[in-house]
Write a protein that binds this ligand. Structure first.
Ligand SMILES: [Zn+2]
Length: 334
């Protein structure tokens, strides 16, 4: 694992070409911080993501923008790469302070709407039924402190849309996988790509299916296709939402694709016997042993296992046994 620069070692930076970055802490997360980008325009800066909704994060964002010679009250719009709380969390607060619009891909906007209508009770029932069908022992995934759902966006984006940013060409590239409505933003006049969580320099984003046993979607295949899509933009500098800026998005996208292809091959090899999603997850290789994963991380690992199982199934390499509960998968030639 490459050593990660902690939040304490980060500071707001002018990246040149009218682009600045502000590290915004994610309290209590090993990820450390979200890199929020501000792109200058005559009508005020546009933010790419906003950070986690927490007083320390708000302080870092507003102080960081001031340090870079602008102000949160001047922000004209916030484009959220995806609905996750470390990206969209503060967008509502920025809108309150500045009157900025919030834009998000329509698929994630739909999920935000669902989340806002989903009570604690419904959420717990959804989880326990999902875990049961995956063959998990009875457990809860450390519920309690669920972050508040993000603000509903004012604008819904589609693939290829141009963002309203006078004097610049900033295009939304729909890159589903990490979430159904994840977007990267391509600053075409500078060959810079704001990659959100889609392409990160050292880690790979979580790709999961919820509930685990869905067979009508294939997020891993979506993600791999989205990696090819950003690679096809040619050589671009990547400005990711975590870790650090790096050259050559396409080269990193190819590495991430290889990582998942490798994971698929290993997983297929385990399925000589029928396995539940939970059993498959426990046998897969994670960044620490299964025993050391917290219930929440096991739940995410199972989501990741489910996405890989589904991709193998869609490729015709494994099948799910009919009429069994919990769901079990096996190699087609077993
Ligand atoms: Zn995310």
């Amino acid at each position: 694992m490459t050593s990660r620069v902690p939040y304490a070692g980060q500071s707001p930076r002018d990246l040149g070409g009218g682009v600045r970055s502000v590290p915004v802490p994610i309290p209590g997360s090993p990820l450390g911080y979200t890199l929020v980008y501000a792109i200058d325009s005559p009508g005020g800066p546009l933010l790419v993501d906003a950070g986690w909704n927490h007083p320390d994060a708000w302080q870092a964002l507003s102080a960081g923008l001031s340090e870079l010679g602008t102000d949160v009250s001047a922000v004209r719009g916030v484009v959220v790469t995806h609905f996750h709380p470390d990206h969209a969390g503060l967008a509502g607060r920025v809108r309150e302070e500045s009157g900025a619009w919030i834009a998000m891909h329509e698929e994630d906007a739909r999920l935000v709407k669902l989340m806002r209508g989903f009570g604690e009770r419904a959420h717990r029932d959804f989880q326990s039924e999902m875990l049961r069908r995956a063959g998990a022992p009875s457990l809860t995934l450390e519920d309690g402190a669920r972050p508040e759902p993000p603000a509903q966006p004012d604008l819904e984006l589609r693939d290829g849309d141009l963002i309203d940013l006078p004097g610049r060409t900033l295009r939304a590239i729909h890159t589903p996988g990490h979430t159904p409505g994840h977007v990267c933003l391509f600053l075409e006049d500078a060959a810079r790509l704001f990659t959100g969580d889609h392409v990160l320099p050292d880690i790979t984003p979580h790709i999961g299916i919820y509930p685990y046993d869905r067979d009508d979607i294939d997020p891993l295949d979506d993600f791999l296709t989205s990696l090819d899509k950003v690679a096809a933009l040619g050589r671009t500098e990547a400005l990711p939402a975590h870790e650090r800026i790096f050259d050559d998005t396409a080269a990193r996208a190819a590495e991430i694709r290889a990582h998942h292809e490798d994971k698929l091959v290993r997983l297929a090899a385990l399925l000589t016997e029928p396995l539940t999603i939970w059993e498959a997850a426990a046998l897969m290789r994670w960044n620490r042993s299964w025993e050391d994963l917290s219930p929440m991380l096991r739940g995410m690992a199972a989501g990741e296992a489910a996405a890989h199982l589904r991709a193998l199934e869609a490729r015709g390499l494994i099948r799910r046994l009919p009429e069994v509960d919990p769901v079990r998968f096996v190699a087609v030639d077993s």
